[in-house]
Write a protein that binds this ligand. Structure first.
Ligand SMILES: NC(=O)c1ccc[n+]([C@@H]2O[C@H](COP(=O)([O-])OP(=O)(O)OC[C@H]3O[C@@H](n4cnc5c(N)ncnc54)[C@H](OP(=O)(O)O)[C@@H]3O)[C@@H](O)[C@H]2O)c1
Length: 263
């Protein structure tokens, strides 16, 4: 049952917390990112969905962009284009991510560079470009009580090392680090920078693990709640961090993991 319908069955009016807000979600062509985009669209937001492949989502404004082959200048031009077309950005969700698996002794430089570029370097420069617009123009053109909201999608591997995923662990520890570093620098500028650490979520990114009966069972046995999470389990927490309800939350990393990190 999706969040919105549970709200309706509770007899409450559908929430429109993001009416007239422009929300950028990276990696919105499937999985967690698509679910986050849908959740924002269901609450009235204009969702700019960024990914490489075509997105047939009537609810999104799709933008095709490859974060694996983009430099700081190209990312800044992407933000300039979005601002020119849509006037503003109120929320940025850095969700796009890849994972490459190999024993650390055999890990290739290409895989290392690709993972760090998509999961850490490009999100940093995208966030930098959006914050620069906010500090230069956006803030002055916004109601006094509004704040720019940045939500990064981190991982359990922001806290743990994992097995045969050294670049992924490095990138997700890095995302946790810049979440805190940027919150420190921008909290006084009406900007919130926070992150979500999803547990094991059923998407393309984790298909290999679910299709391995031994690993699949071992993971389910290790999760206090006993099963994999679903993409929509993440979107609710992202919308909270992006809402006024979290205006005093800054530099936080919220685990959404069925209790994994508590054990
Ligand atoms: N699933 C989990 O258990 C889990 C757990 C913790 C954290 N996470 C994190 O959650 C985020 C989403 O993961 P997911 O499980 O939903 O993965 P997914 O199903 O593989 O989706 C990844 C998304 O990222 C986009 N993407 C990948 N490379 C890109 C590139 N070079 N340029 C632009 N977009 C790119 C993909 O779109 P295109 O291929 O169309 O470009 C896709 O929309 C990632 O940051 C992941 O690390 C996932």
């Amino acid at each position: 049952m999706s969040k919105t319908s549970s709200h309706l069955t509770a007899g409450l009016a559908p929430r429109e917390r993001f009416a007239d807000k422009v929300v950028v979600v990276t990696g919105a062509s499937r999985g967690i990112g698509e679910s986050i985009g849908l959740a924002f669209a269901n609450e009235g937001a204009k969702v700019i969905a960024i990914a490489r492949s075509a997105m047939d989502q009537t609810k999104f404004t799709p933008v095709n962009f490859d974060f694996a082959n983009a430099n700081q200048k190209q990312i800044r031009e992407l933000v300039d284009e979005i601002i020119a077309k849509h006037g503003r950005i109120d929320v940025l969700v850095n969700n796009a991510g890849i994972i490459r698996r190999a024993p650390a002794v055999d890990f290739s430089e290409q895989d290392w560079d690709d993972v760090l570029r998509v999961n850490l370097t490009s999100p940093f420069f995208l966030t930098q470009a959006v914050a620069k617009w906010w500090l230069d123009k956006g803030r002055a053109a916004s109601p006094n009580d509004s704040r720019l909201k940045i939500v990064n999608i981190a991982s359990l591997l922001s806290f743990q090392g994992g097995i045969t995923v050294p670049a992924y662990a490095a990138s997700k520890h890095g995302i946790a680090g810049i979440t805190k570093a940027l919150a420190n620098e921008w909290a006084k500028e009406r900007i919130n920078v926070n992150a979500i650490a999803p547990g094991y979520i059923s998407t393309d990114n984790t298909r290999a693990l679910r299709e391995n009966p031994t690993r699949n069972q071992a993971i389910k046995d290790r999760i206090p709640q006993g099963d994999w999470g679903q993409p929509h389990d993440i979107s609710g927490a992202v919308l909270f961090l992006a809402s006024h309800d979290a205006d005093y939350v800054n530099g936080a990393i919220l685990n959404v993991d069925g209790g994994w990190l508590a054990r």
